[in-house]
Design a protein around this ligand. Structure first.
Ligand code: ADP
Length: 577
C-alpha cells in the first residue's frame, strides 16, 4: 500500500481536496450503513416492551426512510467524484507514458515488443487507477464499517458476545490470505502470457493481408489459439485457488452465526441483552461478511497494483541513450558532415553492420549510395537521424560531434523517406503535412509537383482530401513512395535522404523526380540510396557499400572505369534493359 501511495503521491497531493471530501463521504456512508439494523433493534424492543406510541412509530419509520435517502445522496456524490478522479488519473498516467515513449530511442524499441508496451498502458494502467480509487473505497469503507460495527456491537449490546462471535473471524481471514497469496504468483505469469497474446493478435491484424495472400489463416489461427489457450490455462490456475477459499470461509462464517445465536439467546435468558439487541447483533454479523471478504480481496488488488506499478515503472525508468544535454547546441544549417572511422553495431547484435566508414559530405552535394542488399546502406544513412549512438568513430557536423547538437534540430535538418512507407489514417494532404504542419497550400502544391504525385490525384476520388491508410483508399507502392517523398520535400530540408525510395516507380517517374530535385534543391544536400543506377547517375559522389564497408567511391564516370562491383552491376543493368 505504501508503494501505491508513494507512486501516486503526486496525484493525491494535487487532488487532496477531492480525496478529503471522498474520505469524509466514505466514513459517513459506512456509519450510515450500520444505522438500519440499530433502528430495527430499537423498534423491536419498543414493541416487545409495549412502549410503542404513534409518535414513536412515525419517528422510527421516518428514520428508516431518511437513512437510505441520505446514503443514496452521499453515494451518488462519492461515485461521481471517484469516477472523475479515476478518469483524471488514467488520462494523466497515459499522457506521461506516451510522452515517455516518444522520448525513447530505437534501442528501447528493440528491447520491448509492441504488445507488451500496449498491455502496460491498458491492463496495468487500469490496475493502478483502480488502486488509487476503488482501493480507497475498499479500505476506508470496509475497515470503517468493521470497526464501527464492532464498536456499536460492543458498547450498545455486549462486549462479551462481540468477542465470542468475532474470535473465529481472524481464522477465516488467515485462510483467505493463504489461498490468495498463492494466487498472486500466478498473476504475474498471467500478465506476461497476456502480453504475449496481445502481441500475437496485433501481428495477425497487421499482417492479415499477407496471411490471406499465402492462405495461412489456419496456421495463424492455430498460433492464436495456442496463445489464447495458454492465457486461459494461466487464468485457470488463478481461478482454482480463488474457488478454494469461498466455501471454506462460508463454513467459518457460519460458526460465527452459531456462536452469536447460542450465546445471544443465553444472554437474553440471563437478561444481559434484549431481543432487539440480539437482532441488531445478528444483523451486524451479517453485515460484516461483505467487508471481511472484500478486505481480503483488497490484498489481492494491492498486490496486482504492485505488479502493475513495477511494470509501469520499469518503462518509466528507462532513459534513452540518445538524449539531449543541457548544453546541447542548436543547428539550422551546416556546411560539412564528416564520418570519421564510423563503426556501428545494433544494440543486441554481436557484429558491427557498418565498419570504418569515412565520408565527407559538403552542403549542396548529392551523394549516391549503392551496394548489395544487406550491405548496410540504410544503417549508414540512418546514423544521420540519431536513432542510436555510433559504436565507434565519430560523425562531425561542422567540426563538432553530432551528439553535441539538439536531437530535434538534427532531425529537423533531415527529410527522410524510408524504405517502408507509413501512411496514417488521415487524408492525403494531412499525410503530406506531417512533414511540415504549418505549410501553406502553395508549399503543399509544390511538394506534390516535385514528388510527381500530381498525376495520381486525379485517380483519387477526393483528390488531396481522399482518406488513405487502413480504412481509406489503398495506394499503390509507387503512390505511397511519391506521397512519402512529398512529405519529406514539403519540409524543404537541408538534407534529403531517399532510402531506396524510387524502387516502385517507373523509369519515367524516377527521371521526373530526379530532375525536379536537381532543379529545385540547388544548394541543398541529397543522399540517395538506390538499386537502379539511373537514380544516382549524376551524383557528385557515389559510394559503393559492400559488407558494411565502402569499397569504391567516385563519380559514375570514374566508377565505370574501375574494376569492381559498380562496373559489374552497371553492365548487368544495361544488358537487362
Ligand atoms: P541495406 O540497406 O544495405 O539493405 P541494412 O542497413 O538494411 O542494409 O541492413 C544491414 C544489416 O543490418 C542486415 O544484415 C540487417 O539484417 C541488419 N539490421 C538492420 N536493421 C537491424 C536492426 N534494427 N537490428 C539488428 N540488425 C539489423
Amino acid at each position: 500500500m505504501k508503494k501505491i501511495i508513494k507512486h501516486l503521491s503526486w496525484f493525491i497531493q494535487a487532488e487532496w481536496k477531492q480525496y478529503t471530501i471522498m474520505f469524509i463521504l466514505l466514513v459517513g456512508i459506512s456509519i450510515i450503513a450500520l444505522a438500519p439494523a440499530k433502528v430495527l433493534g430499537e423498534a423491536i424492543d419498543v414493541i416487545v416492551s409495549s412502549r410503542l406510541t404513534k409518535d414513536r412509530l412515525y419517528f422510527l419509520a421516518g428514520l428508516l426512510l431518511l437513512i437510505p435517502v441520505t446514503r443514496y445522496g452521499m453515494s451518488f456524490v462519492y461515485n461521481y467524484m471517484v469516477t472523475k478522479e479515476a478518469q483524471k488519473l488514467a488520462y494523466q498516467l497515459r499522457q506521461k507514458y506516451l510522452k515517455h515513449l516518444f522520448n525513447m530511442d530505437s534501442k528501447f524499441y528493440e528491447m520491448y515488443e509492441k504488445g507488451d508496451l500496449i498491455s502496460r498502458v491498458t491492463s496495468d494502467l487500469d490496475a493502478i487507477t483502480q488502486a488509487a480509487t476503488s482501493l480507497l473505497e475498499g479500505i476506508i469503507f470496509n475497515v470503517g464499517l468493521i470497526l464501527f460495527a464492532i464498536l456499536v456491537m460492543g458498547t450498545t449490546i455486549s462486549w462479551k458476545l462481540t468477542l465470542i462471535s468475532i474470535t473465529i473471524m481472524p481464522i477465516g481471514i488467515t485462510i483467505l490470505n493463504i489461498v490468495r497469496s498463492k494466487k498472486r504468483k500466478y498473476i504475474k505469469i498471467h500478465r506476461e502470457i497476456y502480453a504475449d497474446m496481445t502481441e500475437k493478435v496485433l501481428e495477425s491484424v497487421e499482417g492479415q493481408k499477407t496471411i490471406r495472400a499465402y492462405v495461412q489463416e489456419e496456421n495463424d489461427l492455430k498460433r492464436q489459439n495456442e496463445a489464447i489457450h495458454k492465457d486461459i490455462e494461466s487464468w485457470r490456475y488463478i481461478v482454482k485457488y480463488e474457488n478454494w477459499f469461498t466455501p471454506m470461509f462460508e463454513v467459518i462464517y457460519g460458526i460465527a452465526y452459531i456462536l452469536a445465536f447460542s450465546f445471544g439467546t443465553f444472554y437474553i435468558i440471563q437478561q444481559e441483552i434484549t431481543l432487539g439487541g440480539l437482532i441488531t447483533f445478528v444483523a451486524y454479523i451479517g453485515q460484516l461478511y461483505g467487508p471481511i471478504t472484500s478486505i481480503s480481496g483488497i490484498f489481492t488488488q494491492i498486490n496486482n497494483a504492485h505488479i502493475s506499478i513495477d511494470r509501469f515503472e520499469e518503462i518509466m525508468k528507462q532513459s534513452p541513450e540518445v538524449h539531449d544535454e543541457s548544453d546541447s547546441l542548436n543547428i539550422i544549417e551546416f556546411n560539412e558532415i564528416q564520418f570519421k572511422n564510423v563503426t556501428f553495431k545494433y544494440p543486441f547484435d554481436k557484429h558491427p553492420v557498418i565498419k570504418n566508414i569515412d565520408i565527407n559530405i559538403k552542403k549542396g552535394q548529392t551523394i549516391g549510395i549503392v551496394g548489395p542488399t544487406g550491405a548496410g546502406k540504410s544503417t549508414l544513412i540512418r546514423q544521420l537521424l540519431r536513432e542510436f549512438n555510433v559504436s565507434g568513430g565519430s560523425i562531425l557536423i561542422d567540426g563538432k560531434s553530432i551528439e553535441a547538437y539538439k536531437i530535434e534540430d538534427i532531425r529537423n535538418l533531415v527529410g527522410y523517406v524510408p524504405q517502408s512507407h507509413i501512411l496514417f489514417r488521415r487524408s492525403v494532404d494531412e499525410n503530406i503535412l506531417i512533414g511540415k504542419p504549418n505549410a501553406t497550400s502553395q508549399m503543399l502544391d509544390k511538394a506534390v509537383k516535385l514528388a510527381d504525385f500530381e498525376k495520381d490525384l486525379m485517380f483519387l476520388h477526393d483528390g488531396l482530401h481522399t482518406m488513405v491508410g487502413e480504412s481509406g483508399v489503398s495506394l499503390s507502392g509507387g503512390q505511397k513512395q511519391r506521397l512519402s517523398i512529398a512529405r519529406a520535400l514539403i519540409k524543404d530540408p537541408e538534407i534529403l535522404i531517399l532510402d531506396d525510395s524510387l524502387s516502385a516507380v517507373d523509369a519515367k517517374t524516377e527521371d521526373n523526380i530526379i530532375n525536379h530535385l536537381k532543379e529545385f534543391r540547388k544548394g541543398k544536400t541529397n543522399i540517395i540510396v538506390a538499386h537502379r543506377f539511373s537514380a544516382i547517375h549524376d551524383a557528385d559522389v557515389i559510394l559503393v557499400l559492400e559488407s558494411g564497408q565502402i569499397t569504391q567511391r567516385g563519380t559514375h564516370h570514374e566508377l565505370i572505369r574501375q574494376e569492381g562491383w559498380y562496373k559489374t552491376q552497371f553492365i548487368e543493368q544495361m544488358t537487362m534493359r
